[in-house]
Design a protein. Structure first.
Length: 156
C-alpha cells in the first residue's frame, strides 16, 4: 500500500496558485500607469487600500511610481517614508479601510492618509513628520503632510 502526503496548499495537479493581495494589485496597476505615461495626465490621485499589512509597502510603491511619473523622483524617498509611517499608524488604530491621496498644486506635494475605523484619529505627535515635512497635521481621521515640489523645505 502506497501512501502520499499532500500539503493543504497543493492540488492533485501541483502547487496551488497564490493570488496577490488587493494592495499588491493596486501597486502593480499604479506602476504600469506611471511607466506608460498615463499617470502624468492628472495631478491628483487616490486609492482605497485594504487594511492589511500589505498596505504599507503597497502605499510606498504607489507613491514612488506616481512621483516618478510627475517628475519628482528626488522627493520619492522622503514621501515614501512619510506615507509608510502614516499608513502603519492608521493600521495600528484598527482601520477597516485606508484611503491614500496624493496631489500636486502650487508647488507643493500633499499626501493624505485617511483611516475609517473604530478608534480616534491619528496621533498628533509624529516626530518623523515634524522633522521631514514642511507642514503636516491631523483633521478627524485624516493625517496629511506637504513637501515642496522643488527646493528644500523652509525652516519651521
Amino acid at each position: 500500500m502506497r501512501t502520499t502526503t499532500q500539503r493543504h496548499h497543493d492540488t492533485p495537479h501541483g502547487p496551488a496558485l497564490r493570488l496577490p493581495s488587493w494592495n499588491a494589485l493596486l501597486a502593480v496597476v499604479s506602476g504600469l500607469a506611471a511607466r506608460t505615461g498615463w499617470a502624468r495626465q492628472g495631478r491628483e490621485v487616490s486609492w482605497r487600500l485594504s487594511a492589511r499589512p500589505s498596505a504599507v509597502p503597497s502605499a510606498r510603491r504607489m507613491t514612488a511610481a506616481r512621483l516618478s511619473a510627475w517628475g519628482l523622483r528626488e522627493h520619492a524617498s522622503t514621501a515614501q517614508l512619510l506615507v509608510g509611517e502614516l499608513v502603519r499608524d492608521t493600521l495600528g488604530r484598527g482601520a477597516t479601510t485606508i484611503r491614500l491621496a496624493l496631489g500636486l498644486e502650487d508647488g507643493l506635494l500633499r499626501a493624505e492618509v485617511e483611516g475609517c475605523g473604530p478608534q480616534p484619529g491619528p496621533d498628533p505627535d509624529q516626530p518623523v513628520l515634524a522633522r521631514l515635512a514642511c507642514c503636516w497635521g491631523v483633521a478627524g481621521q485624516v493625517a496629511w503632510f506637504e513637501l515642496p515640489a522643488s527646493g528644500p523645505c523652509a525652516p519651521h
